[in-house]
Design a protein. Structure first.
Length: 367
């Protein structure tokens, strides 16, 4: 059976710049690698890091390479992730459907939506009109009444972010010096964090050695380390971010983690599976444990969020989807983006007779 490859003329949901995974799609029996290569072939040069100079020809402001962009190559997990998300379709169940509630309980607190802020790092290096992006999206999170996540930031900047008043989760890098991790856990708790955690997937660098970030060496995350961090967090929930297998999910359970983030950290692992592919297995493996399951990677619309929630996520984090409005418009741009995502989520919930976030049914999905 010979299929067709054609260009999709729809504007990218993630901004004005072309989106390769939306442009080119193949409905045929040829190998997936062929279709991914097709995506790479038509990837615009502005998304190809080889063509970026130090002053940036990427969609984002700031120094070249500071904010990683999708390469479009077959080994780029983001390309496969986008295609997988778009391959999931939804049947309609409208009889008895009502306007749904998006109210969500996370770590015992109620929020207005299961769509959360991402664990961004380093964005205060990109200033626009004197505004600090990390503070801007914290303000947006507070106004939206959703959870704010914060990635790698020094304690003084984390304190400034926490002072904005959003309910915040701090995610810490797996530093080789564990005393840094323990200190940042303690400091976050003092600043009122609702949870703390570690990026368990940010261990290898692209050179096959332990990574180094901002001159600080990272190191391995052992099961014994996780247990130590959980103990250090005390009564504050501890989250392992970067779980992409049942095996790691079960180790997180053994360590006493209160939550996990199913994620490949914007494609850190070459040829990584889509988080939503492994999510149902992880959900089943943790059944009855009470562990909160969050998902990120490619959640750009409320429709993406719906699919993740239907497959077992308790909440999702939107990352690159808010980056452009954040860097261009600040808090207002983020609020507008997330409000639109909430509308899309509510729309699809109503089309499928889902009355609230506890009523999702994966049987509406066709994968």
């Amino acid at each position: 059976m010979k299929g067709n490859i054609f260009f999709h003329e729809k504007k990218s949901m993630r901004g004005d710049f072309p989106s390769p995974e939306w442009q080119c799609r193949g409905w045929d029996m040829r190998p997936l690698s062929f279709r991914l290569n097709c995506l790479h072939y038509f990837t615009p040069s502005l998304l190809n890091r080889k063509n970026m100079n130090d002053n940036v020809k990427s969609p984002w402001p700031g120094p070249a390479g500071m904010i990683p962009v999708t390469s479009g190559r077959a080994d780029d997990a983001n390309v496969f992730n986008r295609n997988y998300l778009d391959s999931i379709h939804v049947e309609m169940r409208v009889i008895d459907a009502i306007e749904p509630s998006l109210k969500t309980v996370i770590f015992g607190e109620e929020f207005d939506s299961p769509i959360m802020m991402p664990a961004f790092s380093h964005l205060n290096k990109v200033l626009k009109d004197g505004k600090k992006p990390m503070l801007e999206y914290a303000r947006a999170a507070k106004k939206l009444k959703t959870v704010n996540w914060v990635g790698m930031e020094p304690n003084d900047e984390y304190a400034e972010i926490a002072a904005e008043g959003a309910r915040t989760v701090r995610i810490i890098k797996p530093f080789a010096d564990h005393s840094i991790i323990l200190d940042e856990i303690r400091f976050a708790i003092e600043q009122g964090a609702i949870a703390v955690g570690v990026d368990i997937d940010h261990v290898p660098g692209t050179d096959g050695r332990y990574d180094v970030v901002d001159g600080i060496p990272l190191g391995p995350v052992m099961l014994s380390d996780l247990k130590e961090y959980v103990k250090a967090a005390g009564n504050v929930p501890f989250v392992a971010k970067g779980v992409l297998s049942v095996q790691d999910a079960m180790k997180c359970k053994e360590a006493g983690c209160a939550g996990i983030v199913v994620s490949h950290h914007h494609g850190r692992i070459p040829f990584g599976i889509a988080p939503l592919m492994v999510l149902p297995k992880i959900k089943a493996s943790l059944a009855g444990s009470g562990i909160a399951i969050f998902v990120d990677c490619g959640i750009d619309t409320g429709y993406d969020a719906y699919k993740a929630l239907a497959l077992g996520a308790d909440a999702v984090a939107v990352g690159r989807g808010i980056l452009k409005p954040l860097l261009q418009q600040g808090a207002e741009g983020v609020e507008e983006k997330v409000k639109k995502m909430n509308e899309e989520l509510s729309e699809l919930m109503m089309y499928t007779c889902v009355k609230d976030v506890r009523s999702f049914d994966a049987s509406v999905l066709y994968v």
